[in-house]
Write a protein of this length. Structure first.
Length: 137
């Protein structure tokens, strides 16, 4: 899984709390981002290779949270959206082995709310973490 943040005009206040966004339709509520007047160009702000898996990315403020595998263990990871630096990481268990031509790794996307992050392991274990520290709840 290759993780990247686009350097664009999106507001830092926008939260993308779960798979497909706040309304689960894949659409941002931001308006007038791309128009001929401001010549908006998307550029990668940073890129980080994480490992395998199918997890999406959820956002809470300046924290991006995703799940990935290093082929030994599965992880939940929080990254700073401005510089890509790891804020915290939690090992949730042994890697879920791919089957039927799929890669190893996690299949679910973290969900965030105003209090915490929720992650479901491929083995059905539900985890809850504090956003900024990764402290297990």
């Amino acid at each position: 899984m290759l993780f990247f943040i686009l350097n664009s005009v999106f507001s830092n206040s926008v939260t993308w709390p779960e798979f497909m966004g706040p309304k689960r339709n894949g659409l941002s509520s931001e308006i007038n981002i791309f128009n001929k007047k401001n010549n908006t160009v998307l550029q990668a702000k940073w890129v980080k290779a994480l490992g395998s898996g199918y997890s999406g990315i959820s956002f809470y403020g300046e924290i991006a949270i995703t799940m990935h595998s290093d082929h030994k263990f599965d992880y939940v990871k929080a990254l700073n959206t401005n510089i890509g630096e790891q804020i915290w990481q939690y090992q949730i268990g042994s890697t879920y082995k791919g089957h039927g031509n799929s890669q190893d790794g996690l299949l679910s996307t973290p969900i965030v709310d105003t209090k915490q992050v929720y992650c479901l392991s491929p083995f059905g274990v539900l985890f809850s973490f504090e956003h900024s520290t990764g402290q297990l709840k």
